[in-house]
Design a protein around this ligand. Structure first.
Ligand SMILES: *Cc1c(COP(=O)(O)O)cnc(C)c1O
Length: 502
């Protein structure tokens, strides 16, 4: 940044503050909270500001700049029509304090989105309030907790998670006060029913699992697993982060689940990365519905008086479930994210099923293309599939363990080598059950050309010398960072504050 911020005595300010309409009496702060010196903000002209941010944006990598095979994250294309709709003044300019009379359009969108998610998941009731998958997990676990409290089943203190689970599952359950019971996966990467039977009992509150699982494999025994947990009196929680593989093909309801979260920023095309804004609605079966956070959008016939404001002859309103656990997010959750996802679903309709089929096809194609290219180049011994099974769903895993053993090339090295070839790296070191894991998810919107080229580049990386690969990336603005140092010694102070730029 210094090349732009270096001009002291710059020519102006790139902004103008609006003038207050009335005289404002300054608030008197205690002197201990007052700055001793004015902050040394750069004084830049508008063109300099524009150049700075444009320069920064060109150093960003995103789904709009290249292939982004980040597994478990579903980095799919974000159709521009979503943005157009979310920015319509009737939506974007709504103040959250406005009454139902003025919110009929947005409320109808909320209602339709709830209905659509309920249909896709086979659940009875949906709330759009949580703003992340992890928050949805926590919200649903809290609903399950209240459900058992009301039934007087306080002895249910445990939540079961498979060892391949995403870290947010045990974290959400632990935050709600549950003890976590981890069960091992079988050698083929799927759930071990005997291990589940051994732990499911009257202390089980729930089991949390994603399907297809984090190895990209469909849990064929899921109905049996649900029966085991239900027979023990527990509830089944579906981590919906992998919905991209099953939308329109099957549903958590059919698999026996009682609660589900959706990651609208994964499956339903809300842009994500950089921390949000996301949206993690949850759906539940009727026994859990009275505990959902409020508000939820409801619908009834409009009265004669209400017809004036009605969008379709109905009246949409906010309702509070009877035994609600309370609010989990301010206002109505991330309304913009809900609207974008609604636009996506309205655009696709039944085509959502085709989307899932293509996501699965692309993942399987890429998996085979990488093996094929590696075979042709004589480097297929450097990695193995993370699972023994032939069919993956929307994502797959590769283990770099053989390369690590033979020549010291790690999953991290391969990931960095891919950065040098213009790709975002796949997910690495997750799931934990696959050593030196790389997890790849192409999504449905990538072309065959993109996948073929990526497979070639992947193999090229494996042909690179271990020494040069340890140095990668060499073409990115920031070279290899020491992750441990960066996490342990995090520095969030601006250099202007620490006087380093004096
Ligand atoms: C992304 C993800 C989550 C958490 O969702 P966030 O929206 O990131 O909080 C949970 N489980 C799985 C399998 C995921 O991929």
């Amino acid at each position: 940044m210094s090349h732009l911020f270096g001009h002291n005595g710059a020519i102006g300010k790139g902004y103008a503050q609006p003038q207050p309409m009335a005289t404002i009496t300054p608030v008197s702060l205690p002197s201990t909270l007052m700055r001793k010196q004015a902050p040394k903000w750069p004084r830049l002209s508008e063109p300099e500001m524009v150049r700075h941010y444009t320069w920064l944006s060109k150093r960003n990598f995103g789904i709009d700049t290249g292939f982004y095979p980040l597994g478990s994250c579903t980095m799919k294309h974000n159709p521009r029509i979503n943005e157009v709709i979310a920015q319509l003044p009737g939506i974007a300019d709504i103040h959250p304090h406005q009454g139902e009379k003025h919110l009929q359009g947005l409320l109808s969108i909320y209602y339709e989105m709830q209905e659509m998610l309920a249909v896709c998941s086979g659940m009875d009731e949906v709330t759009l309030q949580p703003v992340a998958g992890a928050q949805g997990e926590f919200t649903a676990v809290r609903c399950i907790q209240e459900y058992f409290r009301q039934r007087g089943e306080d002895q249910r203190t445990k939540v079961i998670v498979p060892d391949s689970a995403h870290g947010t599952n045990p974290a959400s359950a632990a935050m709600a006060g549950y003890e976590i019971v981890e069960i091992p996966s079988r050698a083929d990467g799927r759930i071990d029913l005997d291990a589940l039977r051994a732990v499911a009992d009257e202390t089980t509150a729930a089991m949390m699992i994603t399907n297809p699982n984090t190895l990209g494999l469909f849990e064929q025994d899921i109905v049996e697993a649900s029966t085991i947990v239900h027979d023990a009196g527990g509830q089944m929680y579906y981590d919906g982060a992998n919905f991209n593989a099953i939308l329109g093909l099957t549903s958590p309801g059919l698999m026996g689940f009682d609660a589900v979260h959706f990651n609208l920023h994964k499956t339903y095309s809300q842009p994500h990365g950089g921390g949000g804004p996301g949206s993690g609605p949850i759906g539940v079966k009727s026994q859990l519905a009275p505990f959902l956070p409020s508000p939820i959008a409801g619908k009834r016939d409009a009265t004669a008086e209400e017809l004036l404001h009605s969008v379709d002859g109905s009246w949409y309103y906010w309702l509070t479930p009877e035994h609600t656990i309370g609010k989990v997010q301010q206002w109505h959750g991330n309304a913009g994210a809900v609207v974008r996802c609604w636009a996506y679903y309205r655009r696709y309709g039944n085509g959502l099923r085709t989307m899932s089929e293509h996501a699965v096809l692309n993942a399987n194609y890429l998996r085979h293309a990488i093996h094929r290219e590696a075979e042709a180049a004589g480097v297929s011994h450097m990695f193995r599939d993370g699972a023994e099974t032939i069919v993956a769903k929307h994502e797959f895993t590769l283990s770099m363990e053989p390369a690590k053993q033979a020549v010291g090339i790690s999953a991290m090295d391969v990931a960095k080598g891919l950065l040098d070839r213009g790709y975002m790296a796949p997910t690495v070191y997750f799931p934990l059950v696959v050593p030196e894991c790389m997890m790849i998810e192409p999504t449905e919107t990538e072309s065959k050309d993109t996948l073929d080229t990526f497979a070639k580049h992947f193999v090229e990386v494996l042909q690179q010398s271990p020494e040069s690969l340890h140095e990668a990336p060499t073409t990115t603005p920031v070279r290899r960072v020491d992750e441990v140092y960066a996490a342990r010694n995090l520095c969030l102070r601006h250099p202007f504050e620490t006087n380093e730029l004096n």
